[in-house]
Design a protein around this ligand. Structure first.
Ligand code: ZN
Length: 325
């Protein structure tokens, strides 16, 4: 497996025999027809844009490590898109706020958070604490290790503000899933939120990771993926545009999707949190979803993964460097 930067820990970790055999038996649908259609369109370029961060806490204490939240600007033929849009403004620390606000008692998500994999090495960067507005809600997702939790913080420009600075006017917003660190910024973009129909149903049910405050006022635009069009290890797909294909990458959440585009060289797959399973839960939907990515990468060395919480990708796009340009 090749990539221009290190793969997320779960994709590098050795597999248990049971996982190896599950992977061996995993059905594989031809990918060539879809890839040829992508090749026929002009190439896209992609820019990872930081849109907040997840600060890691142990109990009430900041670990001094945070993990970026990345949204993606996708300059694709036909229509400029955003794929995932980071945090909304309610996560902005109040000026002069104390370095540690009260952590609420949010329940842990069964599907696991956007973690750099339990047992793996967090790839975050050290930094100081940051306060939150009075009454800010608790942490909705699990951290990467037992007892660790994330606190979302928007301490820089929102994705919408960054897009404006760059003169990028998106016509569509697609979310890999609707967790608050992927869809919260949608309100400011003012675009309908395209996510899978399964994901919208999940979000409406109000589970952990989908706080009403972050999704309130958004216009749902559910996408239906076509099970008669499987792609490699993924059970369904749907064309978003001639240059962008949505894939059913359920696992992290039941409705998670990823977006595949053609770059000037090879392909990029914007995959949200689909490659961050908890390593001590083999057999969980998130873990099996991750295994599908391992299979894809084993078969297709020309696919580059673009996950949502990756410091290497953030660095590669530092200073506004578009990928695939
Ligand atoms: Zn998530």
């Amino acid at each position: 497996v090749t990539a221009p930067w290190p793969l997320p820990p779960a994709l590098r970790a050795p597999l248990r025999p049971a996982s190896e055999s599950w992977l061996r038996d995993l059905p594989w649908a031809p990918v060539e027809p879809a890839l040829e259609r992508l090749q026929a369109a002009p190439p896209s370029r992609v820019l990872a844009v930081p849109a907040g961060k997840l600060m890691l806490f142990r109990g009430e204490v900041s670990s001094g490590v945070s993990i970026p939240i990345l949204g993606y600007l996708l300059d694709t033929p036909g229509v400029p898109m955003v794929v995932d849009c980071g945090l909304r403004d309610r996560w902005r620390p109040a000026p002069g706020a104390a370095p540690s606000g009260a952590l609420g008692a949010g329940s842990a998500a069964a599907s696991g958070g956007p973690s750099p994999a339990r047992g793996g090495t967090p790839t975050g960067v050290p930094e100081g604490g940051s306060g939150l507005p009075e009454g800010a809600p608790g942490l909705p997702e699990d951290g990467p290790a037992p007892g660790m939790r994330y606190r979302p913080v928007l301490d820089g420009p929102s994705l919408a503000a960054r897009a404006r600075e760059l003169g990028f006017a998106p016509g569509r917003l697609v979310c890999t899933h609707l967790h608050l660190d992927h869809a919260g910024g949608a309100r400011e973009l003012g675009l309908p939120v395209e996510a899978s129909d399964t994901e919208w149903a999940e979000a409406r049910a109000g589970g952990s990771g989908y706080p009403a405050e972050d999704l309130a006022g958004l216009t749902p635009k559910p996408l239906t993926l076509d099970p008669t069009r499987p792609f490699g290890p993924f059970a369904a797909s749907a064309w978003l545009a001639g240059g962008a294909l949505a894939l059913d990458t359920a696992g992290h959440t039941p409705g998670s999707i990823s977006v595949l585009v053609r770059l000037a060289s090879g392909f990029a797959l914007i995959c949200g949190d689909a490659v961050y399973p908890l390593l001590d839960q083999p057999g969980s939907p998130a873990y099996l979803g991750m295994l599908r990515f391992r299979r894809l990468l084993a078969e297709r060395a020309d696919v580059t993964l673009l996950p949502a919480h990756d410091t290497s990708v953030q660095r590669a796009c530092g200073g506004g460097a578009w990928l695939g340009a």
